[in-house]
Design a protein around this ligand. Structure first.
Ligand SMILES: [Zn+2]
Length: 312
């Protein structure tokens, strides 16, 4: 009777309405899920927008390479411009012996790290530390041996250098030395030439010197002045840039130079310690035993000396 006032079973009071109730539950459930997703997305976006700029900045400052003033090959004749940075290696090859590849090594900005004072370290000839924070004496006691290609090195590292070059060539490779010993005068003239050029462009002398020091080592702070450093490249790629690391010569040298007493002096991840950009061509003689220790421990010369000095 009364039942006919109801349009269907589901509208009847007390009737079970499982399908419709379930439908409502499902709608509410899905609305709730959608709301949660929307709010989560909004919150994520807000957090992202708030934090992202800081992360990017922090990321770049953690990577010394991002702060490098200028790549050596791009530096041309040793001129570089860029951000404030400490003095780099300033290697400009070939100027002593004519020709060769010009390039001024850039440098890396330093963090709060405290740098080693080499005056507290042993003074052995093969452990002399020359870097932006440790200058060498003006008249170092060096006896040179001149190589057949006109380059010169400290005579004490010559036999090992010759053996390394011979063994590398015996592997069918073509290494060539593009920079070696550099006199104080050579380094000074490189530095002065760049200062004069900048002064001619309108810089004050102080500014020109500061700008030059970013790319060309201040005389006394280039390891080449020791006669123990060499820039060795593959004859098929003589660019002083990171492409060197892919050449067969560099691969061989990086793997084997320690056996002859040479270390890759400016590794990729040590710029904040060495003050010099990654230079996969610059080798430094330290002697076979120490080179093995440094190679095995995967450290740079500064770190080795820190450990040595700490031992007293
Ligand atoms: Zn060099």
């Amino acid at each position: 009777m009364n039942d006919r006032n109801y349009r269907n079973e589901e509208e009847r009071p007390g009737a079970r309405v499982p399908r419709r109730g379930l439908l409502y539950m499902e709608k509410r459930f899905w609305l709730l899920i959608a709301a949660v997703i929307c709010i989560s997305a909004l919150l994520s976006w807000m957090v992202y927008m708030l934090l992202m700029p800081g992360d990017v900045a922090a990321g770049s400052s953690k990577n010394p390479e991002h702060l490098v003033v200028q790549s050596p090959d791009a530096a041309g004749n040793g001129n570089a411009s860029g951000n404030s940075a400490l003095t780099g290696d300033g290697s400009v090859s070939g100027n002593q012996n004519g020709g060769g590849n010009a390039g001024a090594a850039g440098s890396a900005q330093m963090g709060p790290r405290e740098h080693l004072d080499s005056s507290k370290c042993p003074t052995d000839w093969n452990l002399r530390l020359v870097n932006p924070w440790n200058s060498m004496s003006e008249n170092p006691d060096i006896e040179l041996t001149q190589l057949s290609n006109g380059h010169s090195v400290d005579q004490r590292c010559y036999p090992d250098l010759q053996e390394m070059m011979d063994d590398c060539r015996a592997e069918g490779l073509s290494p060539t030395i593009c920079s070696s010993y550099r006199t104080w005068e050579t380094q000074q003239s490189l530095f002065d030439a760049n200062v004069n050029k900048l002064v001619a462009q309108g810089y004050s002398k102080e500014d020109a010197q500061a700008e030059t020091a970013k790319a060309i080592a201040v005389p006394g702070t280039s390891e080449h002045q020791l006669g123990l450093a060499l820039d060795i490249v593959d004859v098929n790629n003589q660019n002083l840039n990171e492409t060197q690391e892919d050449t067969p010569v560099q691969k061989w040298l990086m793997k084997n130079s320690w056996k002859y007493g040479f270390i890759l002096r400016y590794p990729n991840d040590k710029s904040d310690i060495t003050g010099i950009i990654y230079e996969p061509w610059h080798y430094r003689y330290v002697g076979k035993d120490i080179a093995k220790e440094i190679y095995d421990a995967d450290i740079c010369l500064e770190e080795y000396l820190e450990r040595l000095c700490a031992k007293g």
